[in-house]
Every structure is written in structure tokens, then in C-alpha cells.
Write a protein that binds this ligand. Structure first.
Ligand code: HDD
Length: 705
């Protein structure tokens, strides 16, 4: 048994050796010479000229000039955190991977989430696939599970990846638009490459605009193999299931967030970890016996297909906890180099043609991004397992490798370092054969069946969001023929969807109605029945001077003890005073704490408070915006009447002064009678936990039929 903490700390101890604090030190040059003045260059007289011998000036500017490295060609914008992984029970029956055997062992991990398309400075909440890359620093070497938040991929063969990325990135002539698929080249590529149909449906779904990295599923996407000690292999797909459930923003909110807080997702993760609300995901595996490789009506090696969970159940085998933010973004997150080819004994590849291309690409890209072959020696990339080989030299070699032999076999060092035929990694001895060809397997040919499965599995609300997304994205395309072809392509999935897209983008409805032969649905694909929790939900409390002391305090305390994060938002920053003299700190204003950064809004009573809020357009807009985004809204006492005056369409806000029990309508919770505040708190908290109240959308009518 490994000591519980040691396992998790191994990586931190290694990183600690490289950490350097500058807090209490004198300023020096890179050569360690103490600097006397860093504000004035050395000049011949106060008006110059500047002197070339000023080594501090030259070094300072030289270093600055070279501070940028190429951003990742995809997944450039990302955010990472440290944590650990623990398996629930030994997995020896399926795999000999050491880190999947001992429930006591904590394996250190570094996880980086990302968007795909946008450049490094782009916004977090764009509609995009999210990367979900985990580096396990196992005792047997680094294992990287480089996945996404969607279980399928755009294309089937890695050779199409440069085409796909060129098409979705900003257009080459003017570099417009940034971080979005909503432009001609992407949809042109799409209609010419029907294998994208399934993944694009995922992208248009709510999965494309997650509420938080902490509320996303992760998927390894490609098929891998588990190999046990006896050499028996099974196909495996990996899943990450977030304990907070899978939740999304609404599109209007996501767009506004891109401006109001482009760092929304990274801030959310950073804050959650800093406040001790460590995000957790369970690792799930789907297993298929080698003998069953051809048993399914899809090819299990096709990355545009998922393995339906209802047919191949997900076994939850362990848990990842992220519990430590980085000390330095560049040194850790930016320099992290993931690679699906980093695997450990007990895990192997499949012949998935997308995966095979990836195995080359990730190693290769680091050469340009990190400037040479020694990037594995950068602290964040170093394994905790010892490294001994004959690699030497190259840019920025960090280790001082002793000895005179740098080759194998040798006699001068007793033939060390020595391969180990027993413990060393052995590739699964899969029999292969075939004629060289550029063909694609015939069973990869069905591009629409699983797209229909996905559509069938969506709730009415989710379908509405998908249609709205298509109307935005394809509606942004200038070329009318491409728009029409999108409609015609999706008619292969279902005319229901195709007709609704057409109606919003000025295209003709499909010429012929089509119903997919796939009538099955997979409830696991919908976010409808996901886990729901109030924990870490951000609640804005709108208040001005004269608030009802008891109501505000009681609601705030109840939210805090339920694990939510209430914050007072007011017209000005600083202390506000309640009708009974209670002083509270308004940490945000309507400007600095807009409704889009919160999950819910609460307004306490108090005559003066309510009349001050009612007199401010900003406060009324705040409530209406939160309402439009289907967020829980609560009011107590006099604030109920104010809420009634905000004209929230479709909701009856109780204004009857005799109303005793809380009224709950589409997530709008009100109680006038102060003695019922405790019941209000329960209702409000369970409504916040629901995430959103989609029933409202019928009244807000974002997607006209
Ligand atoms: Fe990739 C980065 C995920 C297909 C080539 N990819 C990258 C990252 C993630 C993924 C999460 C960011 C890692 C990080 O945080 O640093 N990629 C995927 C998934 C795929 C996929 C789930 C399909 C199953 N990728 C894919 C293909 C190719 C690449 C087919 C090339 C043939 N991906 C790359 C890359 C990147 C990368 C160019 C850019 C930066 C990097 O690798 O380190 O090599």
C-alpha cells in the first residue's frame, strides 16, 4: 500500500524544487548581479544618448522581446489546475495499469480545460468544444488522457484534421471571425464533409456553452485498450462524470459574458479551488470484449460514433479531485504538453485512424511550441517516475547527465540504462494484415444514424436551443447555397430539425420529408436528468440602504450554509445599512457584478430599499435579464410588489398582502409574510439547485417556430 498523501504530493514536491519566491529579495540581473536602478537607463548626461554598455537595459529588453511562445495551434485558450486521482477498487481484472489498482493511492494529476478555436486571449464562453486533458503522474510514467467535453469528434481520419481546423479558424484573408464556427468556411467544409453531422449537432447543443468547467463531462473519445496482467485485452472508452452535474449557459448569456467577463470559466475554477470547493469527476469506463468488436451497428473504432451507455454501460471506477491552483500560469498551464501517446503498461491504442494520427501530432507540435526536444524536462511535464535513457543535448537540456556512454548496447556502463523485457511496456500483440489502401472502412459510412439518436434523446428545451444555435451559426453565413446545403444535409437526420433550421435562415424547407430509421433514444445524452446541486452557485442579492435586516440576514445565512455563494450587489460599493441598522458590505455594483455572472437573484424587503431599487433602470434590467436567462429569482416582503412591477412575462408574482405561503412559479419564488422566510429559504435553495427554469422560455420565446 502506498501512503495516501505521499502519492498526491510527489508532483508537488518535485515542483517545489523549481518554485522561487521573489518577495523579500533584492533585484538582480539574470547573472545574479544586484541592480542599483531599474527606472533609468544609463546615459551620457540626463538627455542622453543611452550607452550600449548598460547591460541591465539590454538584458531587460532582450528578455521582454522573447517572452512569447507560439500558442497551441488548437486549444490555445485554456486553464489548468492540480489535483489527484484515486481508484475505487482494484482494476486488475481489466488492466494492469499500476495507478488503477490501489484505492489508497493518490496519483497526482494536472488537468487543463480549453476551448478549441479561439486564440489565447479569446473569451471563455464562446460556443465551442471544450478540451479536457488530464496528465496522470503515475509511478510507471506519465499517462495523458487528452479528451473533450463531447464524446464524438468531427472527423474520422486524422488526415482531415488540418482541413477541419483551417475551415473553423478565422478566415485567412481577414482573420475574422474570432473563436466561432459561425462563418462561411466552416459551413462550406461541413456541407462537403457529412461525417461532421453528428459532432456539429453536439456543438450546436447546450454542450457547446458549458456553465463551468466544473459542470462538464469529459470523454477520451477514441477507443483504447485495457490489457490485464495475463495479456487479455478489451476495448475501452473513458468518461469523466462531474459530481455537480452537466449544466450549460444560455446563448444570450454566453455572448454577454464574452464581454462582461471573458475569463468567466477560468475565474470560476480558480475561485472554486481557492475557496475549498474542489471540483470532482468520476472516471468511467465502457468496456467491449475483443470478441465483440463487430457486434454493433456502428464501428467501434469510428470516432464520430459514441458507444451508447444504455448498451455498453459506464462503470465508474475512480475519482479525480482538483484541489490546487497553479503558482504561475505560463510555467505550468502554458508549458504543459499533453500527448495521447503517453500511456502506461495496461493501456494501449486501438486502430482508430483518428487516434493513430494524434499519436504523431502532439509530440510534433511541442517542438515548435516549446522549442526543442527537451520539453519533457520542463517542471510541469516531468514524470515523477525516474527517467533514464540515452537522450542528450538539444535546446535547454536541464539535467546534467553523467557518464560517457550515450548509446545502447555498451560495455563501458555495463549496458545501462537497460531495457526490461518483463516490466517494460509491451504493445498488445494484435494480429494485423491487409493491403495498402487509402479507403475508409465501409461501416464508417453512416453519418446520420447517431445524429438522429442524439436528436431523439434531447428534451423539447434542448431541441429548441439546438435550433436556435443553428439559426445563429448558419444564419451568419453569407453564401446562400451553403445555407441551403446545411438544411438539406440535416434532412438526412430528420426533417423536423432541417425544417426548423430553414425557417430561421431564409432557406427553403427540405424538398422531401425524411424520418430517420433510428427511433431509439439514449437518455444519458440529455442534460435533463443530470445531478443538481446548490453548492457553489453564485447568488446576487440586490440591496440598497433600508433593506429588511432580518430577511437579508436569514436568506444569506441559509444560502451560505447550503454551500451557495451569495454576494450583495448595489448601486455603489461599500457599506449599506438596513432599516434596523444592520450594516452589510456591497462587494459588487450593477456594473461590476452583472446578472450574467450569477446563477440566481434575491431581493429582500424593506420599504426604502425597494423604492431605491424600483427607481433604478439598472436594477429592473438586472431582474429582467436574469429572468430571460431562466435563473431563479426570489423576493421577500415589500420586494414582492417590486418584482410584480418588473413585468416578468408568463409569471404571476403574488402581490396579495395576505399571501402566507411562498409562491413558486417558473423559478420565481416570493413570500410577503416575513414569518415564512424560512420556508422561502428552502424553496429558493431548491430552485437555485435546479440550475435553470426552462419552462419560462415558452413565454420569452427565443426561438420562433
Ligand atoms: Fe487534439 C491539442 C483533444 C483530435 C492535434 N487536442 C488538443 C488538446 C485537447 C485535444 C484537449 C489540448 C491539450 C492541452 O490542454 O494542451 N484532439 C482532442 C480530441 C481529439 C483530437 C479529444 C479527437 C478525439 N488533435 C486531434 C487530431 C489532431 C490533433 C486528429 C491531429 C491530427 N491537438 C492536436 C495538436 C494539439 C492538440 C495540434 C495542439 C496543442 C497540442 O496538441 O499540444 O497536436
Amino acid at each position: 500500500m502506498t501512503d495516501t498523501n505521499n502519492g498526491a504530493n510527489k508532483k508537488q514536491e518535485q515542483l517545489a524544487a523549481f518554485r522561487i519566491s521573489h518577495d523579500t529579495h533584492k533585484l538582480t540581473t539574470d547573472q545574479g548581479i544586484t541592480v542599483s536602478d531599474t527606472d533609468h537607463s544609463l546615459k551620457a548626461g540626463p538627455r542622453g544618448p543611452a550607452l550600449l554598455e548598460d547591460f541591465h537595459l539590454r538584458e531587460k529588453i532582450m528578455h521582454f522581446d522573447h517572452e512569447r511562445i507560439p500558442e497551441r495551434v488548437v486549444h490555445a485558450r485554456g486553464f489548468g489546475a492540480h489535483g489527484y486521482f484515486q481508484v475505487y477498487e482494484p482494476m486488475a481484472e481489466y488492466t494492469k495499469a499500476g495507478f488503477l489498482q490501489d484505492p489508497q493511492q493518490k496519483t497526482p494529476v494536472f488537468t487543463r480545460f480549453s476551448t478549441v478555436v479561439g486564440s489565447r486571449g479569446s473569451a471563455d464562453t464562446v460556443r465551442d468544444v471544450r478540451g479536457f486533458a488530464v496528465k496522470f503522474y503515475t509511478d510507471e510514467g506519465n499517462y495523458d488522457l487528452v479528451g473533450n467535453n463531447m464524446p464524438v469528434f468531427f472527423i474520422q481520419d486524422a488526415i482531415k484534421f488540418p482541413d477541419m481546423v483551417h475551415a473553423i479558424k478565422p478566415e485567412p484573408h481577414n482573420e475574422i471571425p474570432q473563436a466561432t464556427a459561425a462563418h462561411d468556411t466552416f459551413w462550406d467544409f461541413m456541407v462537403n464533409t457529412p461525417e461532421l453531422a453528428h459532432m456539429v449537432l453536439w456543438l450546436m447543443s447546450d454542450r457547446g456553452i458549458p456553465r463551468s468547467f466544473r459542470m462538464m463531462e469529459g470523454f477520451g473519445v477514441n477507443a483504447y485498450r485495457f490489457i490485464n496482467a495475463a495479456g487479455r485485452a478489451r476495448f475501452v472508452k473513458f468518461h469523466w462524470k462531474p459530481l455537480l452535474g452537466v449544466h450549460s449557459l444560455v446563448w444570450d448569456e454566453a455572448q454577454k459574458l464574452s464581454g462582461k467577463n471573458p475569463d468567466y470559466h477560468r475565474q470560476d475554477l480558480w475561485d472554486a479551488i481557492n475557496t475549498g470547493s474542489y471540483p470532482e469527476w468520476e472516471l468511467g469506463v465502457q468496456l467491449i470484449e475483443e470478441a465483440d468488436e463487430f457486434k454493433f451497428d456502428f464501428d467501434i473504432l469510428d470516432a464520430t460514433k459514441l458507444w451508447p451507455e444504455e448498451i455498453i454501460p459506464v462503470k465508474r471506477v475512480g475519482k479525480m479531485t482538483l484541489n490546487r491552483n497553479v503558482d504561475n500560469f505560463f510555467a505550468e498551464t502554458e508549458q504543459a504538453a499533453f500527448c495521447p501517446a503517453n500511456i502506461v503498461p495496461g493501456i494501449d491504442f486501438s486502430n482508430d485512424p483518428l487516434l493513430q494520427g494524434r499519436l504523431f501530432s502532439y509530440l510534433d507540435t511541442q517542438l515548435i511550441r516549446l522549442g526543442g526536444p527537451n520539453f519533457h524536462q520542463i517542471p510541469i511535464n516531468r514524470p515523477v517516475a525516474p527517467v533514464h535513457n540515452n537522450h542528450r543535448d538539444g535546446y535547454h537540456r536541464m539535467t546534467i547527465d553523467e557518464g560517457i556512454s550515450t548509446y545502447s548496447k555498451n560495455t563501458l556502463q555495463n549496458d545501462h540504462p537497460l531495457p526490461d523485457a518483463e516490466a517494460g511496456y509491451t504493445h498488445y500483440a494484435e494480429p494485423v494484415g491487409g493491403t495498402k489502401t487509402r479507403q475508409r472502412e465501409e461501416r464508417f459510412g453512416d453519418h446520420f444514424g447517431q445524429a438522429a439518436l442524439f436528436w431523439n434523446s434531447m428534451s423539447e428545451t434542448e431541441r429548441g436551443h439546438i435550433v436556435g444555435a443553428f439559426r445563429f451559426e448558419v444564419g451568419s453565413v453569407k453564401d446562400a447555397a451553403i445555407k441551403q446545403r446545411v438544411v438539406d444535409l440535416y434532412n438526412n437526420v430528420t426533417s423536423d430539425l432541417a425544417a426548423q433550421i430553414a425557417a430561421g435562415i431564409g432557406a427553403a424547407p427540405p424538398a422531401q420529408s425524411n424520418t430517420s430509421p433510428v427511433t431509439a433514444s439514449s437518455p444519458a445524452l440529455s442534460q435533463n436528468d443530470t445531478a443538481k446541486s446548490v453548492r457553489t452557485r453564485k447568488v446576487a442579492i440586490l440591496a440598497e440602504n433600508g433593506f429588511n435586516d432580518a430577511e437579508l440576514t436569514q436568506v444569506m445565512d441559509a444560502l451560505t450554509s447550503a454551500g451557495a455563494c451569495p454576494e450583495i450587489v448595489s448601486s455603489k460599493l461599500g457599506i449599506i445599512t438596513g432599516a434596523g441598522g444592520k450594516q452589510m458590505n456591497a462587494g459588487k455594483t450593477f456594473l461590476t457584478g452583472p446578472s450574467v455572472v450569477y446563477d440566481a437573484v434575491y431581493i429582500p424587503g424593506g420599504v426604502k430599499n425597494v423604492s431605491a431599487l424600483a427607481g433604478q433602470g439598472d436594477a429592473v434590467h438586472y431582474i429582467n435579464e436574469a429572468y430571460k436567462h431562466c435563473k431563479t429569482i426570489g423576493a421577500t416582503g415589500e420586494a414582492v410588489e417590486f418584482l410584480g412591477g418588473c413585468c416578468l412575462s408568463g409569471v404571476s408574482v403574488a402581490s396579495d398582502k395576505n399571501t402566507v405561503n411562498p409562491v413558486c412559479d417558473f423559478g420565481v419564488i416570493t413570500v410577503i409574510n416575513a414569518s415564512q422566510t424560512d420556508i422561502f429559504c428552502n424553496e429558493f435553495i431548491s430552485a437555485v439547485a435546479q440550475h435553470r427554469h426552462w419552462g419560462r422560455e415558452k413565454h420569452i420565446c427565443t426561438v420562433p417556430a
